[in-house]
Ligand binder design. Structure first.
Ligand SMILES: Nc1ncnc2c1ncn2[C@@H]1O[C@H](COP(=O)(O)OP(=O)(O)OP(=O)(O)O)[C@@H](O)[C@H]1O
Ligand SMILES: [Mg+2]
Length: 288
């Protein structure tokens, strides 16, 4: 089992889009995939098609999601909490999040919750999955910290704009803090795979002249490698997640992966290339 956290403390850079489409890509290649949503916005829970209720009274997530996994030592193990996504075929497993997660941060800190509980529970289930991808909040909070302790690898999506770049200093510091904790539990330091250029402008001149300089600056100034694959800003990618279907009188959300929504699109190609690059970087063997 290899676990990849997708993190940047800058919001809106495409973390969730990247996480759910990577989970789909790996699942379609035959790997056993688990997606963990550690963001209280629950956007990847939504993309995975798990928010099927219209009314709060029918909320079937609140009592059984990532919060309980983190809080409880002797119950709420991974297999007790996972659901199956509707996002692609074959489906992958998901540990959902919930909007209430944010409210629990203070309480979890006050009871001195173990930062390593998620990591430990994953370890118990290491044979059940080939790959775990973790979506994180755009913040330096407890849940992001827990993600960086549970993961083996880190991907940092970034639109390479000035604030996203400046935020990389925080990411570096945050990774160093996580590594201090990892050392205490004798876990190897987090392996930073690098920055994934994300939501990138497709204008020819920009891509030819400016983008390479921006990518170089990330490595020179902030010391992070930059992946070769780029995810460009394309309408298909957001439309796939925002997809709706009509059921009777109602429009029901029915998000799809880019591979299901438009398999021959440029976005699908870009995600395929990124998936291949990640497989090489983490030395993932062919799926059984
Ligand atoms: N490559 C892309 N092309 C077009 N739109 C994109 C792309 N990536 C993300 N988006 C859109 O940008 C918005 C933010 O993306 P996303 O939710 O993936 O970012 P995020 O980093 O997870 O945000 P947050 O920090 O709030 O969790 C969404 O509306 C999404 O559909
Ligand atoms: Mg997100």
């Amino acid at each position: 089992m290899k676990a990849i956290a997708v993190y940047h403390n800058k919001g809106g850079v495409g973390k969730t889009t990247l996480t759910v489409n990577l989970a789909a890509a790996f699942s379609r290649k035959g790997y056993r995939v688990l997606l963990i949503d550690l963001d209280s916005q629950a956007n990847s829970t939504y993309a995975a098609g798990l928010i099927r209720f219209q009314d709060e009274a029918d909320d079937d997530i609140k009592e059984n999601y990532v919060y309980q996994v983190i809080r409880e030592r002797n119950s709420y193990f991974i297999q007790d909490v996972v659901r199956q996504s509707q996002f692609t075929d074959p489906p992958f497993d998901v540990i959902p999040s919930h909007i209430d997660l944010m409210q629990h941060e203070f309480e979890l800190k006050e009871i001195g919750v173990s930062y390593t509980r998620l990591a430990n529970k994953l370890q118990k289930d290491a044979d059940a999955y080939d790959l775990v991808v973790i979506d994180t909040p755009p913040s330096l909070n407890l849940f992001a910290q827990i993600a960086l302790i549970a993961a083996d690898y880190l991907l940092i999506p970034s639109d390479l704009k000035p604030f996203a770049n400046e935020g990389l200093r925080n990411v570096r510091e945050f990774v160093e803090n996580a590594n201090d904790l990892r050392e205490q539990i004798k876990k190897k330091p987090l392996e930073v795979l690098g920055v994934v250029p994300s939501k990138i402008n497709t204008a020819y001149k920009f891509v030819e002249r400016i983008l390479p300089k921006m990518e170089m600056a990330v490595t020179e100034r902030y010391g992070f490698p930059v992946l070769q694959s780029r995810i460009f800003e394309r309408r298909d990618l957001s439309a796939a997640i925002e997809r709706m279907v009509e059921v009777g009188e109602l429009d029901i959300p029915d998000p799809q992966s880019i591979f299901d929504y438009k398999p021959n699109s440029q976005s699908a190609e870009e995600f395929e290339a990124l998936t291949q690059e990640i497989m090489q970087l983490i030395e993932l063997e062919e799926a059984a």
